[in-house]
Every structure is written in C-alpha cells, then in structure tokens.
Design a protein around this ligand. Structure first.
Ligand code: 3PG
Length: 314
C-alpha cells in the first residue's frame, strides 16, 4: 500500500511505515495544488496544515483515507471525501498538552509583556518602570470556551497558577475543578482571561464578534489557539484599541500554507496583540505522539479494514 505524506513528518515514523511494508511518497513541501500531481494511486494522504481540496481527493485513483496529523481538519474538504467514499481521520488529543503549554505561555507573556520587554532590551532600551506594571495571574478567573482535550489541559495548568477556572461546553466533565457556566455570554462577562478551544465550523465562524467583545471586562485577556475564523479580527482590533483588551493568538486570517516566507495580517504591529506562528502543536513531544497515532491509523486499516478516528462515518 502507498502513503503520500504531503507535510513534514518525523523520519523515525516514516521508517516504521516502511518497515511495515508501506511505500512512502514523502513530499514535505507539497502545497494544495501539488497534491493532485503526486497522489496517483496512493491509498493514504497524510497532512498537517496542507490543504486537501476536492481536486486532490478526486485525483487519488485508489484513495481510502485522508489523515489529518493533528486535531482540526478544516483544511480537508470532508464533503468531497465523503462524496467519493473516502474516509477522513484525525489524531484527537495527541497535541493537546503542547497547545495548552502555548496558551499558558501567551497568558504569561501578555500579563508581563515579555515579548515587548525583550524587544526593548535588545534595542538598548531600559524601561523597568514600564515593565514593572503587571497585574499577576493568581486569583484571576480563567474562562475556557470549549472544555475538550485542550481545555482540560489548560485548566490543570491554570489551577496550578492559583487561577479560578470556569468553563462553557455542552459536554461536562465532573471532578476536574471547573465550574461550568451554561451561558457563554455570562462566562465572558465573568472572566479575566478567556481562552477559545472550539473547532472551525459554521456555528463558530465569526462567533467572537463586537457583541461578545462588548461583554468582556475592561482590560481582560483573550487567547485564541484554536482557529482564526472563530474571531472577527476587526472587532478584536476595535476592542484592543477602545477597551484595553489584550490578546494572544496563534491563528489569524490569511495564514500562509507553507512553513516559511513572508506574512501579512491586520493584527501586525498593534500594541496589545501578540501573534505567534501557529505553533501550538509544534513540540517534538506532540509531533511524536501525533505521528505515532497516524501510523496506528494506517497500520490498523491495513490489518483490519477499520478506520480509526474517522470523522465522516455514515
Ligand atoms: C491542530 O489542529 O492540530 C493544530 O492547530 C496544529 O496544527 P498544525 O499541525 O498544522 O501545526
């Protein structure tokens, strides 16, 4: 069986697949428009952020599963896959700790203005007066919107910092020290720090809009390590400028598909907004766990015909 890996993937896990008898087509730099030319008769396509569109899916003459080596699968045309009888799978939970670690990093960075602090020092500017003004996190309320695998990992870490954790989710897990608030608007008005962990779908598109920013406490913090579409970026900029909201986001509209090059975003150079390079899942630990699960999906399909973590089951 053939596996097209159209994104960066750890070498040792590629070797595991080879040892198990799979033929690997490794195209780590492939973009959306390259896949139709390289997929040929591969049974599997594996990607991280590379888009897999309808043309790519339809070009695969023998395609069985498109695997999103990660959590959010909005870069895959699931409808086109379903129409062609191709399964789509992801690796849920395998990069949650890494995303939670970045979310905590953004929270601390915003509270202590660490990036500005470092930038000024590098530029020869000494400003202990400015950077001595920080609120601190102890005793503050963290509101988690979407208490899934990632949300729960953040809750643990925030609790270790002495934060009170409240959460909004239709599915509730007892015994993890989270007070669930059934009304998302109420949660937003209660929290000092809000962190978003919802998938990109029609229900969440533009969800965090002027109205929800209006409900946030003056000077509160918003963290988004989920998907760019969840936030109305114009509303965010307005809230930062007019309400003193500060934001740490790992995702933004117009994210480049490739791994390097130039970038342009409305969120650049706005005091009070820190943007990172969609690196939430990018620790070796997380990528190792994601790759291991990806290999499991492929080998399991070969051995049993079952599709693990299928997101488009009939
Ligand atoms: C995910 O959905 O798993 C994360 O956003 C990470 O995405 P990446 O693997 O493209 O970095």
């Amino acid at each position: 069986m053939k596996v097209l890996i159209a994104d960066k993937f750890p070498e040792n896990h590629i070797q595991t697949l080879r040892d198990a008898g799979f033929e690997i087509i490794y195209e780590p730099k492939a973009g959306e428009n390259d896949i139709p030319n390289v997929v040929k008769d591969a049974e599997f396509i594996v990607v991280r952020s590379t888009n897999v569109n309808a043309a790519a899916i339809n070009a695969g003459s023998n395609l069985k599963i498109v695997i999103r080596a990660g959590s959010g699968y909005n870069n895959i045309d699931v409808a086109a896959a379903t129409a062609k009888g191709v399964s789509v799978s992801n690796t849920p939970g395998k990069n949650s700790i890494a995303v939670a670690e970045l979310a905590m990093g953004l929270i601390i960075s915003l509270d202590r203005k660490i990036p500005d602090n470092v930038k000024d020092f590098s530029n020869g500017v000494w400003n202990k007066a400015k950077y001595s003004k920080a609120e601190g996190l102890f005793g503050k309320t963290l509101g988690i919107i979407g208490v899934g695998n990632i949300g729960k990992e953040i809750a643990k870490r925030a609790q270790a910092f002495g934060m009170k954790v409240i959460g909004y989710d239709v599915f509730k897990t007892e015994g993890i020290g989270i007070e669930y608030i059934d009304d998302v608007e109420k949660l937003i008005s209660m929290a000092d720090v809000i962190t978003l962990h919802v998938p990109a779908n029609p229900q969440t598109k533009g969800m965090f809009n002027d109205k929800l920013f209006g409900l946030m406490k003056q000077g509160a913090m918003l963290i988004n390590t989920s998907r760019a579409d969840v936030i109305d970026e114009d509303a965010l900029i307005k809230a930062v400028k007019e309400k003193g909201i500060v934001a740490g986001v790992d995702v933004f509209k117009g994210e480049p598909e490739g791994k390097d090059g130039s970038v342009s975003s409305k969120l650049q150079n706005i005091e009070g907004i820190y943007v990172t390079h969609h690196i939430g899942a990018s620790t070796e630990q997380a990528q190792d766990a994601v790759a291991e699960e990806t290999v499991k999906i492929i080998v399991d399909y070969k051995n049993t015909g079952n599709v693990l973590h299928c997101v488009n089951k009939k």
